[in-house]
Design a protein around this ligand. Structure first.
Ligand code: SF4
Length: 374
């Protein structure tokens, strides 16, 4: 599978610390550099038949549909697509106007991941989103009118402008709009964001963990009651609409990450990441040089990563795979570490998979890191 990072946004959301630029001056050069990187890395993936192509960012929907299509065409020069390939475009509601959707419906894109975040104006203003609550709703309806069925929306809970009642209305609206997939995250205050500055200046309160907990549990039950599978801590999908791309990440499949700041994984012991600077990325590719750093993962790194990723999912961590992959010494240590957590019901073993019971998922990252081998 391939991830393509499109590093441009209209404006900076107050909570975001992803890599992007709000200037489109270098757009043409960036598209050329991305195409060059696709060419230079065409032999890195062993499997040339792609199951998934994912345009993320940044805001990929800031590009014109012919620009997006030209990048897909470049990928097609060197890879083939499985007949049921999932091709996702992350899109912001304000970009999904009639003309854009009409043109997009003629391209191979068959899944939209829409950055809705909330259907409430106050939330959107605090988040400094470029869309209004009206656009949050109308963009979804319009996409459906143009034939896009496989739609995921992002929703953020636990904002200081929200509460459980507002959150319930956001989820009601999601069901009313018949969206088949939801990715939902708690609002967090990350360093180097506007939210962090406002918080330091005392202009906003920190999100309350107890409220976020309550909203998470409400969402979990509510979406399951409405036919969604809760298959990863932050992801809910109706049967047939789980994200194939993200599921492959969570099953440790190899992927190629193209574009500034994109990460890649060879499915074994090697990770790499591209430079998170648009101009340096372009300059490097102009010289036919890949602007990436590579890390060889130690046995401990691989083990910890399998735990961190697997324990966030409904599948858990396959104990047979651990036995095949890791040394007896490391597994002995691990067996001792999980004993108490199994006795306390914080972990369980089901069908030879180690899992966190869903009621403890909210704390999964902490539970997994307690088990890390150091
Ligand atoms: S649109 Fe997405 S990537 Fe861009 S600033 Fe907002 S959250 Fe960050």
């Amino acid at each position: 599978m391939i991830y393509l990072h499109i590093p441009f946004c209209k404006q900076k959301c107050s909570y975001c610390n992803f890599h992007f630029s709000t200037s489109l001056n270098a757009k043409e050069e960036m598209i050329s550099a991305i195409k060059k990187e696709i060419y230079l890395r065409k032999d890195e993936l062993e499997n040339k038949s792609l199951q998934s192509l994912y345009f993320g960012g940044g805001t990929p929907s800031i590009l014109k549909t012919d620009e997006l299509q030209s990048i897909v065409d470049e990928v097609l020069k060197y890879f083939s697509f499985d007949s049921d390939i999932e091709i996702t475009l992350e899109a912001n509601p304000d970009d999904l106007d009639k003309n854009f959707l009409k043109d997009l419906s003629k391209t191979p894109f068959n899944r939209l991941s829409i950055g809705t975040q909330s259907f409430f104006e106050e939330d959107l203003k605090l988040m400094n989103r470029a869309h209004t609550s009206g656009e949050a709703e109308s963009s979804i309806k319009r996409a459906q009118d143009f034939g896009f069925e496989n739609i995921s929306i992002d929703l953020i809970y636990g904002s200081p402008t929200s509460n459980l009642e507002i959150w319930k209305k956001n989820l009601d609206k999601t069901i009313e709009l018949q969206v088949p997939h939801v990715s939902s995250y708690a609002l967090t205050i990350e360093p180097k964001t506007a939210l962090h500055t406002w918080f330091s200046q005392g202009k906003i309160n920190a999100p309350k963990e107890a409220e976020q907990h309550e909203e998470f549990f409400y969402m979990t039950e509510f979406l399951k009651d409405n036919g969604f599978d809760h298959y990863e801590i932050s992801n809910f999908g109706k049967p047939g609409f789980h994200s194939r791309h993200n599921s492959a990440y969570w099953k440790y499949h190899a992927y190629l990450g193209i574009g500034p700041s994109a990460h890649s994984y060879n499915g074994r012991n090697e990770r790499s990441w591209n430079i998170a600077n648009n101009q340096l990325y372009i300059n490097s590719l102009n010289k036919n040089s890949l602007p990436k750093e590579t890390e060889i993962l130690s046995e401990k790194d691989q083990f910890n990563e399998m735990l961190m990723i697997g324990l966030r999912t409904v599948w858990g961590v396959n104990l047979s795979s651990l036995k095949e992959k890791f040394s007896a010494e490391l597994l002995d240590y691990f067996q001792k570490e999980i004993k108490q957590k199994l006795a306390d019901g914080i972990l369980l073993v089901e069908d030879n998979h180690l899992k966190i019971p869903e009621k403890h998922w909210f704390l999964a990252d902490g539970i997994a890191s307690d088990l890390f081998v150091v």
